[in-house]
Design a protein around this ligand. Structure first.
Ligand code: SF4
Length: 247
């Protein structure tokens, strides 16, 4: 099977791929993606359990892949420890991307280190500088990226497709191999393969993000209720995942 670029992907070919992938499991979707899009294919890793599962599946495929990660400057120590363990276990090099120095300096000088608490606009500006622009650089020259998003992670993700064009990042293909995984499926997979697990989960966190913007959730709360908890839940995305399914 030859590698393809995003230019080859029309609405029809996407629909055909979606039909091919329907009913296949996460491992098959990851392997199909790496075969189809080649070694520049990027796995976006925030070091959540989902993303660790994705790295495990890619590693099991035996095919080359990239792991990209965003060091926002505000990550928990525990998250960085998972990154280290992942590198050692799978013998991978995590491609870290950091904010542009001049943009970050301007942000914190003008708006302060907690600008994101003042308004939705300010929060989006922080995510733009610390996450979105670095991700844009990470995805340059990338035909496709894979995420660990799941449909049951929040009201913004209920219609998440397995494959889509990502217009936010130049129309490249985005795949969500774990889209239909449930909490139980993920937990069983992690247990079976003894996946490195972020210790924040033991502290009540149910989503992994920047330290000042993520809190543990209480029993009965939605898993993503701890992200930007001071905002309306319909805004609970940072801009990395703003495809059509979110509208
Ligand atoms: S999650 Fe919070 S700290 Fe991290 S980039 Fe977004 S606003 Fe900034």
């Amino acid at each position: 099977m030859s590698n393809t670029t995003q230019k080859d992907w029309t609405a029809d070919s996407l629909a055909e791929a979606a039909t091919t992938l329907a009913g296949t499991d996460g491992a098959q979707i990851v392997a199909w993606s790496l075969e189809r899009f080649g070694p520049r294919t990027a796995l976006a890793c925030s070091f959540s359990l989902e993303d660790v599962a994705l790295v495990h599946l890619a590693s099991q495929s035996g095919l080359p892949f990239r792991v990209i990660a965003l060091d926002t400057g505000r990550l928990h120590e525990e998250t960085l420890q998972v990154a280290q363990r992942l590198q050692e276990r799978y013998a991978i090099t995590v491609e870290w991307y950091v904010p542009q120095q001049d943009e970050l300096e301007a942000l914190v000088r003008e708006a302060g280190p907690f600008s994101f608490r003042s308004s939705l606009e300010a929060r989006k500006q922080c995510c733009e500088v610390r996450k979105i622009r670095p991700l844009r650089r990470a995805l340059a020259e990338t035909p496709a990226w894979l995420t660990g998003l799941r449909r049951d992670q929040g009201q913004t993700r209920t219609k998440l497709p397995i494959i889509q064009r990502d217009e936010s990042f130049g129309g490249i293909v985005k795949l969500n191999p774990l889209a239909d995984w449930t909490d139980e499926h993920l937990a069983a997979f992690a247990e079976e393969h003894k996946l490195p697990r972020n210790s924040l989960y033991e502290d009540g966190f149910t989503s992994i993000g920047c330290a000042p913007c993520t809190r543990p959730t209480r029993p009965g709360e939605h898993p993503r209720a701890g992200r930007w908890w001071w905002e309306d839940p319909s805004h609970s995305e940072c801009g990395l995942h703003q495809g059509r399914h979110h509208r």
